[in-house]
Ligand binder design. Structure first.
Ligand SMILES: Nc1nc2c(ncn2[C@@H]2O[C@H](COP(=O)(O)OP(=O)(O)OP(=O)(O)O)[C@@H](O)[C@H]2O)c(=O)[nH]1
Ligand SMILES: [Mg+2]
Ligand SMILES: [Zn+2]
Length: 341
């Protein structure tokens, strides 16, 4: 039984949460996929799905998401509780109600997937990187469609420039030999989540790494290289070597929420420079003795990078505010500050 659980990514962190006899009477299962009204799970027993009984009450975090470990009552397949997560990816959901949406839990590595075509965006990659730093999960940038560009060096350089030491892998996602290096992060019991825009090749990567074509993929639009939102569920797929790939639907936009520390980590150069500004509430615009403007003047920081940071800081403040604070921010700016860029 332990072998099966180990394969699923079970580890001491979760086991330590099973305390009393009531807990021991339950089965630990891992969430493989969440469909509308049905949560598919895997464990050592016969239970293959559970009925969420937590209902619509509580916050988003009270509901199971893919990657979660649950304690389930064997007779009823009802969820006793969600085990504390090692980490949790979430975002501010698109749309006016601005709810928090869970993306995945208990992830070991994040593949940030982007393609080498006109859909490539440094600003977008940066958002995923901030999310990974916030959550504390190692990010790997996977650039796909290397076979379709003659400017690969430029794409790789732009991705590497996002943060010192960032690992960037460039692949033809359809080619087994090309993606073989990615297997290094997909060992037994490891969970790798793939995030990125629609059409970048997330499902293609999963298929190729599994040597299968079971997941549907679809050609992108020729006019602008954007995808067609082919994948609609977040789902874990097992690799022969024992790892798990968590395929997700492409995101139209990634709105950050509660990501202040991730933001500071990715923009460490700006944050560090700002410590030397004369005023500690310096907006780095036209203030005298602004160390950030000085860094721009001598080329250590680019003006576009400062612009991106400014936008993200405003968005983060807005998205992390409570409703009353948000109304106040709306009044100040006259617009919705947290809008997409
Ligand atoms: N030439 C080439 N085509 C690729 C590569 N990766 C993916 N594709 C193609 O790009 C299209 C989109 O790939 P998908 O795997 O469906 O993209 P996705 O990221 O899963 O998209 P969503 O499910 O909509 O989020 C398919 O036609 C793939 O065959 C690559 O490295 N090279
Ligand atoms: Mg897909
Ligand atoms: Zn300044």
């Amino acid at each position: 039984m332990d072998d099966i659980l180990d394969d699923l990514g079970w580890r001491p962190f979760f086991k330590a949460q099973i305390s009393d006899d009531d807990d021991r009477a339950c089965h630990p299962v891992r969430v493989m996929a969440v469909h509308r009204g049905k949560t598919v799970v895997a464990g050592a027993g016969a239970i293959d799905h559970v009925v969420p009984v937590i209902g619509e009450s509580g916050t988003a975090e009270d509901h199971p998401t893919v990657g979660d470990w649950l304690l389930v009552e064997p007779e009823t397949a009802q969820i006793r509780r969600i085990l504390q997560r090692e980490n949790l990816f979430k975002r501010r959901a698109p749309g006016p109600d601005q709810k928090t949406q869970l993306i995945a839990a208990n992830v070991d590595t994040l593949f940030i997937v982007a393609s080498c075509n006109q859909d490539f965006s440094v600003a977008r990659l940066e958002r995923y990187l901030i999310l990974a730093r916030e959550v504390g999960v190692e990010p790997i940038v996977v650039l796909t469609k290397t076979d379709l560009t003659d400017r690969l060096d430029m794409f790789v350089a732009e991705a590497r420039d996002l943060q010192p030491g960032l690992v960037v892998e460039a692949v033809d996602a359809r080619d087994r030999d090309s993606v073989a290096r990615l297997a290094a992060w997909c060992g037994k019991g490891q969970t790798v989540a793939l995030l990125g825009s629609s059409g970048v090749g997330k499902s293609t990567l999963v298929n190729t790494l599994r040597g299968s074509t079971s997941i549907a993929t679809q050609a992108i639009r020729q006019a602008d290289d954007t995808g067609r939102h082919t994948t609609t569920v977040r789902e874990m797929h097992r690799l022969d070597q024992g790892g798990w790939l968590l395929d997700t639907p492409g995101m139209r936009e990634l709105q950050l929420t509660q990501a202040a520390s991730g933001l500071a980590d990715v923009f460490d150069d700006i944050v560090t420079a700002a410590q030397d500004c004369r005023f500690n509430n310096c907006a780095h615009l036209t203030e005298p003795n602004c160390a950030v403007q000085a860094a721009i003047a001598d080329g250590r920081i680019t003006a576009t990078r400062l612009d991106r940071w400014r936008k993200l800081v405003a968005e983060e403040a807005y998205n992390s505010a409570d409703p009353a604070e948000r109304r106040a921010l709306d009044r100040i700016s006259g617009t919705v500050a947290g809008k997409r860029q």
